[in-house]
Design a protein around this ligand. Sequence first.
Ligand code: HEC
Length: 447
Amino acid sequence: MNTLRALRFAPPFALLASVASAQSAPTTAAPDLALASASQLLGLLPDGEEKRRFILDCTGCHAFDARVAAPGGRARTAVQWDSATHRMLSYAGARTSFPVISAAREPASTSQWLARWITDSSLATVAPSSPPASPKVREYLMPMAQDLPHDVAVDDEGKVVITGMFSHRMYRLDPASGALESFDIPVERANPRAVVIDDRGAWWVLLGGPRRIARRDPALGLWKVHEIGMYPHSIGVDAAGRVWFNGHFTRDPEQIGFLDPTSGAVTLRDVPPHPALAKVDGGPIPYELRIAPDGAIWISELGGNRLVRHDPATNTFRTFDMPTPHSGPRRFDFDAAGTLWIPEYAGGKLTRLDPTTGRFTQWDLPVRDAAPYVVRVDRQRGDVWVGTGAADALFRFDPRTARFTAYDLPTRGALVRHLDIDPRTGVVWVAYGASPGVAARVARIEP
Ligand code: HEC
């Protein structure tokens, strides 16, 4: 019964949680290869469009680390890849209720391609090493190891608010004492995935499976819950107090919307249809949503490869195609001037978009195949922070010098899905998602 419920709300993620617990015992992987980062293993696959599509389809839930790519230190056969791919498509294929794998993905070519490039002899060329211990990084374990701490937000006391997507609770970490408070949400299997804190200190929490937005009052700790009628991905509060969201799996029409917190009314806006994917199962996969300094609402399309700008006042849209096909624009941000900084998850680049000229500029990350997942700009200091899904590292980019600084994370398989910056200190907080086997945690990085 429990499993069935879980399946209805977030099938693959719920499964992922159960596998994480089953695999938390030491694996039989040869110790050396288990110390390889996912970017090292992705490095065995030839660069190009096929690889970018693979990164998009197959490394969003779990990293391509040794547990997936080479269990026990050995290459999988094409037959083994084929059966795993069939199973993945049954969880999250384009015609399932959680369609994060594109309609183009099919097991035969996927398994041939993987077995061709991930072989015992190609694996022997990987030089794994222990993750370095950095005094600048401190990790904090979540109470439930199989949880998925999805998003983090630093509040105005410097405490860190965390969404527990699998434990269905919210958490608040006090970095000074290390104490972690936990908060119930009055919705069954609440599935909190994103959180923002408004300027009065209220938490606005997106509940994925239940298709709702919940607000927690800062003074009394009371919750108010609003129906929005679609599985949302990201959330933002504009200057007028309207709470914006995007429909993660909407495509025909593709939609964003906002909640008026006073009336509870929800207004939907149709995004210009994606030219290739609006009519295709799976669709463009609306992803991040951010509000620009000028009040425009922007979203990215992970599969659709576009950035979309919406002007709420005129109800108009403008779309921008990413310069590289299938690059996977994921969780982008704005700097103080309104320029976009976009992580290309599959393209492996940090990309800047000037919204007035529509001009893109791209930079390679210091680590190849890093799978940059999330960008947040420290608007006080001008630094651009990049969290990655495959490098077990965080990067700081200084736009003035175009130089990157790397911060190694102490955990292999640290799929960083989100980060936030304490504006007063510049300290960075990151959340690691669950790849099977990695106990859930958040980490503090001293720049
Ligand atoms: C929606 C989340 C999700 C996506 C997307 C996803 N996986 Fe998985 N994957 C899982 C989960 C959950 C498990 C653990 C349960 C299992 O093995 O069935 C897993 C496990 C695996 C394993 C280990 C299986 C084993 O027997 O040890 C492989 C290999 C794998 N995935 C490959 C892939 C490939 C290839 C793709 C792309 C086609 C992919 N995954 C996409 C969720 C996902």
